[in-house]
Ligand binder design. Structure first.
Ligand SMILES: [Zn+2]
Length: 251
């Protein structure tokens, strides 16, 4: 009897089984879409790489800029800085101050280092962070991923440097701090930001929420700047080809 009771306790204490990773759509209820079942963010979780949601992501990027002017500055065209990699070529942007610091760092140290600085990643907008986060939760494609709205990449203040060992000392002299062994390619800009980091991260989520509301007037969500369950679900349901109405969505 005692053994039976112990067994019952053990059974009752089992962790809930996480949902299996599903590569076809719809992934999980509630997901009311029936038409097509492709073309939504949730349907693109089976393939690694955020370029598949570029059209949606660039709308979020543009909508941040239209609400908060001068949020972004391009890091293309800087001699000695390689931004041709797939993770950065579509979004070669940072805030202006880290961009200027990076350009100065490369100009002053390229000859001595003896190789171009190769950037893997610069800014990331909330749709991209959402996709990475969903992968990370399923042990797919990526390792540990910050919750959308909390990554310094979303603020335009961080870079991932492929050849970080060659460039680490130079970067640190220009206010780029390495995060360390947990993510050795990652550097955070510790100088003065053009837009406060927490504001910039909030803007990234707000931009999506406002765009969603503009295009889904019968299914609006609060524009909080917080990545909550309701917002995550709308990311899933967003079209990878971008929203129809691309007007500036104020937040
Ligand atoms: Zn990083």
């Amino acid at each position: 009897m005692l053994i039976l009771a112990l067994l019952l306790v053990l059974v009752n204490c089992q962790k809930p089984v996480p949902p299996a990773y599903v590569t076809s759509c719809p992934r999980r209820p509630p997901f009311p879409f029936v038409q097509g079942q492709v073309g939504y963010v949730v349907c693109n979780e089976g393939t690694c790489g955020t370029s598949q949601i570029y059209s949606l992501s660039i709308q979020i990027y543009n909508n941040i800029q239209c609400n908060a002017a001068n949020s972004w500055a391009s890091i293309t065209g800087i001699a000695g800085l390689d931004v041709t990699g797939s993770g950065v070529s579509q979004f070669p942007y940072l805030q202006k101050n880290p961009r200027d610091a990076l350009a100065a760092c490369v100009a002053a140290n390229r000859a001595q280092v003896g190789q171009d600085m190769v950037i893997n990643s610069a800014i990331r907008v909330s749709s991209q962070q959402h996709l990475l986060y969903q992968w990370g939760n399923r042990n797919k494609c990526v390792g540990l991923v910050a919750v959308p709205g909390t990554s310094n990449h979303e603020a335009g203040l961080s870079i991932d440097v492929n050849n970080y060992q060659a460039w680490s000392a130079s970067l640190q002299a220009y206010n780029f701090a390495p995060i360390g062994s947990s993510d050795p390619v990652h550097f955070d800009f510790t100088g003065t930001a053009n837009i406060n980091p927490s504001t910039a991260k909030t803007n990234d989520i707000k931009s999506f929420q406002a765009l969603w509301n503009l295009n889904n007037p019968s299914d609006t969500i609060p524009i909080t700047g917080v990545y909550d369950a309701a917002t995550g679900l709308r990311f899933d349901r967003s079209p990878v080809a971008g929203f129809t109405n691309t007007n500036c969505a104020p937040f």
